[in-house]
Design a protein. Structure first.
Length: 188
């Protein structure tokens, strides 16, 4: 039994990406921690606790598409690190009847995986991936399982190259104001 009902639940990996004190009153936020396992567990727990009508994910991403900057809305998420060939093509979980991609209302494609991308990966380009993160596929997977619509806004913190770790540390909190402005538009 859910403890309470909330309209909108925000899920972010780290408090350094989005400070809860900056959010409008009445919104719930959960910090999932980094990676797909943490994100799946915390999303499931948060759904049970808050019974949300909608889930909003916000976080940082590395960009694969060099034309993008700032805040982007995600329209599709795939799993970039499910590599079970020859049992299934890359990105697909073998022997699993769940979708291998999840759709939302944004414009861009996100590839989720449990690695911090620091180099070129031709597969990402072949799949039309615009940005890479470490949580969204798991969040969308659990939300879809519970039939809860999800949306995701990602701040491009780095270029997914050899300098990404240092650049991410410098820019991890730079997307907060852009996301808060997006949130205000959604709530109005």
């Amino acid at each position: 039994m859910a403890d309470m009902k909330t309209e909108l639940l925000i899920i972010t990996a780290l408090e350094s990406e989005l400070n809860s004190d900056a959010l409008p009153a009445g919104l719930e936020i959960i910090y999932s921690g980094v990676g797909k396992i943490n994100a799946a567990l915390m999303t499931a727990k948060a759904i049970h606790q808050f019974n949300p009508s909608k889930i909003i994910n916000f976080g940082t991403v590395g960009k694969i598409n060099p034309q993008l900057d700032d805040l982007v809305g995600i329209g599709k998420v795939i799993q970039r690190d499910m590599m079970a060939e020859p049992l299934a093509p890359r990105g697909e979980t073998p022997f699993c009847n769940r979708p291998s991609e999840y759709l939302s209302t944004g414009e861009y494609v996100c590839g989720s995986g449990d690695s911090f991308v620091t180099g070129k990966d031709p597969w990402l380009l072949s799949q039309g991936v615009d940005v890479v993160d470490m949580e969204l596929f798991a969040i969308a997977y659990v939300a879809n399982h519970h039939q809860i619509p999800w949306h995701s806004y990602k701040y491009i913190s780095d270029d997914a190259n050899e300098n990404s770790g240092d650049v991410w540390h410098q820019k991890v909190n730079h997307g907060q104001e852009l996301f808060l402005n997006q949130l205000k538009q959604m709530l109005s």
